[in-house]
Design a binder for this molecule. Structure first.
Ligand code: FAD
Ligand code: SIN
Length: 524
């Protein structure tokens, strides 16, 4: 007998998207947030550079839209971009009204930062720990609200499906027990999937669960070949991969090779502030050319200023014995952000009745083939708010009939299954074969390994094996890894963050279109 909980609205995940949706929903009914680890464990709290919004005097939503569309390399959904850039300033001002302390200059005006591929300064920031400040404000807004319950260390593993609609989720609680949570509407706000790759900026909770969960339930997913690799991640052997924000380059930091020469302009005329995909590729190519590391350097900037402006990053560098202002910092690319995800409309509705998605797990198409820096926090805020509003109007019986019927799998109640592959091997394989540069041979080899492991898992599950948080983690990495590899193998061109060495050109004639995937009924 499975234990049951119920609420009016269910939210999976407690990052910016989940919390902003909750802020909308608490005045409409009982809200239950399930979150897999500590509530602050997602990417939101790690965000450094800031949140982009057209609030500067030299800026406009039209200019912000243009930069977003250029970065998206021809694949952005223009209606989603329009929503993001026009509603963004209002959502950001609301955050300020709620107490967000973004940095200001001596005159009291917002101190806007510059980041790669932005044509003007438009990034609001709280020093170099912007995500933490936004999460603090949202959590304070919800703190103690009588309509809200948060259950932490609760891992959602499966949709509850009835009559073709999603009625809630099954999750594993901190005791290891399987519990069913039911609601009128369920929001996936589970963040990204950086942990699918060996090199990543993402926290350990970012295993793509929402994408795997929704795909296994029959929801449509899209654009999964587009994984953003951030170019400047501190790469000290044996140490964690700390992000060195693009805002550092916005303030004058330079990329140099081992001989101390600037090199990015040789690969892209925009130089160090080119879009992330181009800078990541330039770094890999330069390391291959010289056989030596590349570095980020701030040695030409005033050390006091550097430490005052970037205290959190200086602290991360100090942890590995480096001085942000005085040392050359070895850097390399790492998986940072998933442009693809669970397909939604502009109100967060997925293809499954009763299931919504917002934030990094969702795919409105707003980022196209490559996300503009600092557009992700904005996305979580705007589309989290919109999804929350749409959930209040969710009557599953009104859902258009042509929507995909959900797939009901048997509840994972048996003892946890044996794992066919270890996590380190999956992550290494994905980094080597589906990382910054891809080829058909590499992607096919990866597909064979992932398919084999998924077949073994499916056989175990067919014998009645259940899931623990650990087996679910591996299942999620495998399902999402296979979706990324499948999508990357299908797209025979290079565009945005998807770079094929065997198809190096962008091919608008055949590929100026988004690609969708959906689980068939007989698939595991
Ligand atoms: P998250 O904040 O990742 O939250 C996901 C939540 O879902 C977590 O609470 C997690 O525990 C929970 N969860 C996951 N799976 C399950 C499950 N199965 N069951 C229950 N709960 C689950 N973007 C910017 O715009 N500007 C920046 O400056 C910036 N800097 C960044 C720096 C770093 C180091 C990183 C990693 C990302 C950065 N990003 C930045 C990207 C941005 O932070 C994220 O895209 C954004 O915060 C995602 O918000 P979210 O609400 O969708 O997910
Ligand atoms: C960074 O600070 O470089 C990350 C910003 C982002 O991911 O948008």
């Amino acid at each position: 007998m499975i234990e049951r909980l119920s609420a009016d609205y269910l939210i999976i995940g407690s990052g910016i998207a989940g919390l902003r949706a909750a802020a909308e929903l608490v005045s409409h009914g009982r809200v239950l947030i399930l979150t897999k680890s500590d509530p602050a464990a997602g990417s939101t709290g790690y965000a450094q550079g800031g949140i982009a919004a057209a609030v500067g005097e030299d800026d406009s939503p039209e200019l912000h839209a243009t930069d977003t569309l250029v970065a998206g390399d021809g694949l952005c959904d223009e209606a989603a971009v329009e929503v993001l850039v026009t509603e963004g300033p209002r959502y950001v001002r609301e955050l300020i009204d709620w107490g967000a302390a973004f940095d200001r200059d001596e005159s009291g005006a917002l101190d806007l930062a510059r980041e790669g591929a932005h044509s003007v300064r438009r990034v609001l920031h709280a020093h170099d720990a912007t995500g933490r400040e936004i999460a603090r404000v949202l959590a304070a807004r919800l703190q103690g609200h009588p309509a809200l319950t948060i259950v932490d260390h609760a891992t959602a593993v499966q949709a509850v499906v009835e009559q073709g609609a999603v009625r809630g989720v099954r999750f594993i609680d901190r005791r290891g027990a399987l519990v069913e949570a039911r609601a009128r509407a369920t929001l996936l706000a589970t963040g990204g999937a950086g942990q699918v790759f060996a090199e990543t900026t993402n926290p350990t909770v970012a295993t793509g669960d929402g994408v795997a969960f929704a795909y296994l339930a029959g929801a449509r997913v899209a654009d999964l070949e587009f994984v953003q690799f951030h170019p400047t991640v501190l790469a000290v052997p044996g140490e964690p991969r700390y992000l060195l924000s693009e805002a550092l380059r916005g303030e004058g930091a330079r990329l140099v090779n081992d001989a101390g020469e600037p090199f990015v302009a040789r690969y892209d005329s925009r130089g160090d502030l080119a879009s992330r995909d181009r800078v990541s590729q330039a770094i890999v190519l330069e390391m291959r050319r010289t056989g030596r590391p590349v570095y980020l350097t701030l040695q030409h900037l005033a050390p006091d200023y550097v430490h005052r402006r970037f205290p959190a990053i200086a602290e991360l560098c100090a942890r590995v014995g480096l001085d942000l202002a005085r040392d050359r910092l070895p850097v390399g690319p790492a998986a940072h952000y998933l442009m693809g995800g669970v397909v939604t409309d502009l109100e967060g509705r997925t293809s499954l009745p009763g299931l919504f998605a917002a934030g990094e797990v969702a795919c409105t198409g707003v980022h196209g083939a490559n996300r503009l820096a600092s557009n992700s926090l904005l996305e979580g805020l705007v589309f989290g708010g919109r999804a929350g509003r749409a959930m209040t109007a969710c009557e599953v019986s009104d859902w258009p009939v042509e929507r995909t019927p959900a797939i009901e799998d048997p509840p994972p109640t048996g003892p946890a299954c044996r794992l066919p592959i270890d996590e380190v091997s999956i992550r290494r394989l994905m980094w080597d074969q589906a990382g910054v540069f891809r080829t058909s041979e590499g992607l096919d080899a990866a597909a064979r390994v992932l398919e084999g492991a998924l077949d073994e898992l499916a056989a175990e599950r067919a014998r009645g094996a259940g899931l623990s948080p650990g087996t679910w983690r591996t299942t999620s990495l495998l399902v999402v890894g296979r979706l990324i590899v499948r999508a990357a193998a299908r797209r025979l061109e290079s565009r945005g963050a998807h770079r094929r060495t065997d198809y190096p050109e962008r091919d608008d004639l055949h590929w100026k279109r988004r690609c969708f995937d959906e689980r068939s009924r007989d698939e595991r």
